[in-house]
Ligand binder design. Sequence first.
Ligand code: HEC
Length: 114
Amino acid sequence: MKRYLSLARAALAALVVAMPVAAHAQDRITRLADVPEDFEFHPLPPGEGVDEVYYGCIACHSLRTVTNGGYSRHIWDELLDWMVEDQGMLEPEPEVREIMLDYLATYIGEDWEG
Ligand code: HEC
């Protein structure tokens, strides 16, 4: 019984630790209007890989072109190919391309409200 209690306590502690993380995930910005004006990569929403996308895409056009997005991973994947094949974007290293694609699909994906 004692052992069970301590396990339960450990589980509860894990839950308490995990909760703010979950709440944080829900706080993910999904609207352009909610991206803070002073965010260094504005208008892109914060997220892992934002710097790669910022510097990789701003060379040619406004990042609003990117935040118009709201595409599925598949569409972003095709858009990246199209940038490279027809628009003159330098082909990113495969790891960098993956980071960009993860960012775009996660933070400016289908639930992005624009
Ligand atoms: C070398 C220049 C260049 C770079 C770098 C570049 N783009 Fe583009 N992109 C273009 C051009 C040119 C267009 C406009 C093409 C057109 O509409 O005819 C465009 C258009 C777009 C569009 C609009 C597509 C549509 O539906 O009309 C999206 C989305 C886009 N780019 C995303 C990106 C992303 C994301 C990156 C960075 C990973 C990026 N681009 C980097 C040149 C570039």
